[in-house]
Design a protein around this ligand. Structure first.
Ligand code: PMT
Length: 404
């Protein structure tokens, strides 16, 4: 199977000696029947010529943001929409800084801002530049926003130094691209996810909330999309970027979250409740800011709907995964929740001042299902999400195609 046939790849080339390798990359991509549109930065054209790249790609190379031939029809936006994927190889330290800061001062940087396609960078630079705190900061910022980095490799550098900073070889980049477009194990599967906290208003300025940052749920959305699923993410109020390829629905309260979930759950194959949903909301919301007239004040709360239990109770229930956030005896409480809510799997995590769970970049989970368990140790939430998705995938596929 040729995964790249007909795929529209926008190859950005920035200024660096590794740019010469991109000519071979274009040739390999064309041989794999991909459509390749090359965009050169001004610095890149000091290393490779548009003429060569036009010859190997079979398309005119684009270089200028202010190109009268194309910009009359908003050519940069057209290109941003055209691409199935944007690969910048080599990606220089300067270009990464530009991207991290959201500059739109050349065609490639502008395209990257305007596209909804996944963006992948193959960095190439001197090893000291790669190690510089400014570059480390830019890398962290870009990865946080869902930009992927492939490489750099380590070894001899053009400047005579040895260390990390070499662009991956064209054959390696081709292999990664083929893997990226290979149908994932969840291709054709619809996943609905909740993430983040809910806010239950008391008056126009105050609310009852919790410490969920949305990081765990957004990492899961990224991992499900990476496994090929079509992902809808119902998000409480968080300040995170939408993962590439994921459809996001923003809500604020538990009732809004329930409504958003229930209106989308029909036909969905997997539901994951990662949101920290408020169990109670104020019975009444004051129309004006509540004044402090008394020494004591009592709040009357009413139960919120249980979204997870509601999804699991449907006759057309998808494969349903819940989370349990506990401050003690996480596994015991989680197992009780799994049984009470009649869900297929639950992920237990300890939360609290010392244990984490909420807000941090790392987490640990214990997965429980009927007759089984698996512990996933403390690690970065992105890696943890990938491992959780792979366990869920295995169980979902087994439930869909039970062994006869
Ligand atoms: O967002 P982060 O900062 O990355 O933190 C991640 C996390 C700690 C929030 C996450 O890992 C987690 O544990 N999410 C579930 C938090 C929670 O509300 O747990 P719970 O034990 O109170 O709820 C059990 C399950 O029922 C959850 O799947 C929850 O989404 C669901 N629920 C709860 C109440 C309600 N009214 N409706 C629900 O659907």
């Amino acid at each position: 199977m040729n995964e790249l046939a007909g795929k529209r790849l926008l190859l950005g080339i920035t200024g660096g000696i590794a740019a010469y390798k991109s000519i071979e990359l274009v040739r390999l991509l064309r041989k794999s029947a991909a459509e390749v549109q090359v965009v050169l930065t001004g610095a890149a054209s000091q290393f490779v010529t548009p003429m060569t790249l036009q010859a190997v790609s079979g398309r005119p190379v684009r270089q200028d943001l202010f190109d009268p031939a194309h910009e009359a029809a908003m050519g940069h936006i057209e290109l941003a929409r055209w691409a199935d994927l944007v690969l910048v190889a080599p990606a220089s330290a300067g270009f990464m800084a530009r991207l991290a800061n959201g500059f739109a001062d050349n065609l490639l940087a502008t395209l990257c801002l305007a596209t909804t396609a996944p963006i992948i960078l193959a960095p190439a630079m001197n090893q000291q530049m790669w190690a510089n705190p400014a570059t480390r900061h830019n890398v962290a910022l870009l990865e946080q926003r869902g930009v992927e980095l492939w490489g750099p490799a380590s070894g001899d550098q053009a400047c005579g130094e040895i260390g990390p900073g070499r662009m991956l070889e064209p054959e390696a980049l081709l292999g990664q691209l083929q893997g990226r477009f290979a149908p994932g194990p969840l291709s054709g599967v619809r996943v609905l996810l909740t993430a983040g906290p809910t806010r239950e208003p008391l008056d126009p300025v105050r609310f009852i909330g919790n410490r969920s940052s949305g990081k765990m749920g957004f990492a899961l959305a990224t991992a499900f999309a990476g496994a090929g699923a079509a992902v809808e993410l119902v998000a409480g109020p968080v300040s995170l970027d939408t993962p590439p390829g994921v459809e996001r629905i923003d809500v604020e309260t538990a009732c809004e979250m329930e409504q958003a979930v229930m209106s989308r759950v029909t036909g969905c194959d997997i539901f994951v409740g990662c949101a920290a949903v408020a169990d109670y909301r104020p019975d009444a919301v004051a129309a004006q800011k509540i004044k402090k007239h008394n020494d004591r004040m009592e709040l009357r709360l009413v139960r919120n709907p249980d979204i997870l239990a509601g999804v699991a109770a449907r006759t057309d229930a998808p494969f349903t995964v819940g989370f349990a956030a506990e401050t003690q005896a996480a596994e015991d409480h989680a197992e009780k929740k799994r049984i009470a809510k009649r869900i297929d799997m639950i992920a237990a995590n300890l939360v609290g001042a010392r244990e984490g769970g909420f807000e941090r970049d790392e987490n640990a989970l214990t997965l429980l299902w009927e007759g089984g368990r698996e512990a996933l140790p403390m690690m970065d939430k992105r890696r943890l999400a990938e491992q959780l998705v792979s366990v869920v995938t295995e169980h979902y596929l087994a439930a869909r195609h039970p062994a006869s």
